[in-house]
Design a protein around this ligand. Structure first.
Ligand SMILES: [Zn+2]
Length: 266
């Protein structure tokens, strides 16, 4: 089997190791560029990581970053153009699949684990044995938070730790913020969300991926300290994604040709 993996993020698209280009907000142009790059690998199966919620047949349900893709049959359109089966999943779900099953992942052998992507938004997925499911843990409600979220709710965790929401309030991108006090407060906001996710699903390990999670000690030292302080009952360990920014692409390959039996709930 020749698998081609595709990662469609809010900003960048990658097609295996053959192409990388800015994601086009126009669905039809984006599809044409992906097909052009993917067809050159003569695939017999394709896996797609997508930055939004999809149905089990790969139709885009919700994409807060790519609103023009909503309702489009991404999986079926790609399958018709490439002439092979195509599976599509949320990027956090693919990140989890990569971390759990691809070489170098941080979640190998952990039966109950989670993956949270901290980038433009906050996505989350959970593995419970042979079932992997997409969750909306990034939109869990935080008491006392009255900030409106892009999803339509008020008070979501994403408004406090998501890259786009914070950059809009700070007036500059998160990767330019070096103030240790900022990352202390950030950790105090993120840690309860991680511990609550672990408590809800009985998780023992959560891996963090996405651009924000690739930061160094200014994030990780206070975050590990806060998680240890809060997580006293269902103790959870928080790890850096072993595959860094490559987790969703690696997971898309697992999705297309992964270890059976594995049920993916969207
Ligand atoms: Zn929200």
């Amino acid at each position: 089997m020749t698998v081609v993996a595709v990662d469609i993020g809010g900003t960048w698209t990658r097609v295996a190791d053959v192409a990388r280009f800015p994601t086009d907000p126009d669905y039809d142009r984006e599809l044409a560029m992906i097909v052009d790059a993917a067809a050159s690998t003569n695939p017999t199966a394709a896996g797609v990581s997508f930055g939004g919620r999809v149905t089990s047949d790969g139709t885009v349900r919700v994409s807060l970053n790519l609103r023009g893709y909503e309702g489009r049959a991404l999986g079926a359109d790609l399958a018709a153009a490439l002439g092979c089966p195509v599976r599509v999943a949320h990027d956090a779900t693919c990140g989890l699949l990569g971390e759990a099953f691809a070489p170098g992942g941080a979640l190998h052998g952990v039966e109950r684990c989670g993956y949270l992507t901290l980038s433009t938004g906050v996505g989350a997925a959970v593995r419970l044995g042979s079932t992997v499911l997409t969750t909306e843990a990034g939109h869990q409600l935080v008491a006392g938070n009255d900030l409106p979220c892009a999803c339509g709710q008020t008070g979501c965790l994403e408004t406090l730790v998501g890259g786009r929401a914070l950059a809009e309030r700070l007036g500059r991108p998160l990767d330019t913020v070096d103030d240790p006090g900022f990352w202390q407060v950030y950790s105090e906001r993120l840690a309860p969300g991680l511990v609550n996710l672990a408590l809800t699903a009985g998780l023992s390990v959560i891996a963090l991926g996405g651009a924000v999670a690739l930061r160094g000690d200014d994030l990780w030292r206070p975050l590990w300290s806060e998680v240890a302080r809060l997580s006293r009952y269902n103790t959870v360990e928080v790890r850096k994604a072993g595959l860094g920014g490559g987790a969703p692409l690696a997971g898309a390959a697992v999705l297309a040709d992964g270890p059976a039996p594995l049920e993916v709930l969207h």
